[in-house]
Design a binder for this molecule. Structure first.
Ligand code: ATP
Ligand code: MG
Length: 241
């Protein structure tokens, strides 16, 4: 089983939205998926309650000491992918989840405030010595703010390749409307650009994890995704990381 953890101290950056979208994309790619919610805010549980189908299931695990054990049990039960959605901030449960991660995803909106806020989470991920990638979320389709953010995040993690996941996830109403309807974006608007971006992100994650997908969606290459631009890096905001 592989474990992906969505973590960043900044609220509203898209941890829960991406967890849900990626869960559905991974199901479509043939994985047996379980969402784990460590955030007592309950975004995933509330979403699941609005849903009319059980999969992907959501388990709540609030105690830091229970996370590793729960993940081990899920692996025994045949779950092939656990996606852990954590609370904003860096609490005990988030730290425990990070220690169990095969890949930590750190979502950030392309603003200096969000990018600065990733430093605390990045420091925690590095203390745990876990693989990680930033996910630029709620982005414009293009523009200097986006290219600058991607460059700054890439600069902050010079010791790893692929520090910024691809593609970027553009800000679109589909994400919010999907969650309102108890759906993942890939269910809400399967042929839309947001769904395609999330499938593309899942494909990137599979490659990064070295997973051979059971099934590969046939429409991944339909859209020209935003890609990592070649621009000059900006401020040294990772000095605390
Ligand atoms: N790419 C996107 N486009 C449009 N809206 C988005 C996108 N990603 C997230 N959102 C919206 O932004 C808001 C915050 O997202 P979300 O709840 O996933 O963030 P979070 O990091 O889990 O926040 P918290 O730290 O409070 O748990 C939600 O209303 C969500 O629907
Ligand atoms: Mg959340």
């Amino acid at each position: 089983m592989h474990t992906i953890v969505l973590a960043t101290q900044k609220g509203g950056s898209g941890k829960s939205t991406l967890a849900i979208g990626l869960a559905r994309a991974a199901v479509d790619a043939g994985h047996t998926v379980r969402l784990i919610e460590t955030d007592q805010q309950g975004t995933l549980s509330n979403w699941h309650a609005r849903r009319n189908q059980a999969e992907p299931r959501v388990d709540t695990v609030y105690a830091a000491g229970d996370i590793a054990e729960r993940l081990a049990r899920l692996a025994d039960e045949g779950v092939t992918l656990a996606i852990v959605d954590t609370a904003g901030g860096v609490g005990a449960a988030t730290s425990a989840a990070i220690r169990s991660a095969d890949l930590c995803l750190i979502p950030a909106r392309p603003s200096i405030v969000d990018i600065e806020a990733t430093a605390v989470t990045l420091a925690e991920v590095r203390r745990a010595d876990r693989p990680f990638a930033f996910v630029l979320n709620q982005t414009p389709i293009r523009g200097q703010r986006l290219t600058g953010a991607a460059a700054t995040l890439g600069e902050g993690a010079l010791d790893i390749p692929d520090a910024v996941a691809q593609p970027f996830i553009v800000m679109r109403n589909d994400h919010q409307d999907a969650l309102s309807a108890g759906l993942a974006v890939g269910e809400f608007a399967p042929s839309g650009k947001s769904a395609a971006e999330i499938r593309g992100l899942w494909s990137w994650i599979e490659t990064r994890l070295g997973i051979t997908a059971a099934m590969v969606p046939d429409n991944l290459t339909e859209l020209p995704f935003a890609t990592m631009p070649a621009v000059q890096p900006s401020a040294d905001i990772f000095r605390f990381a």
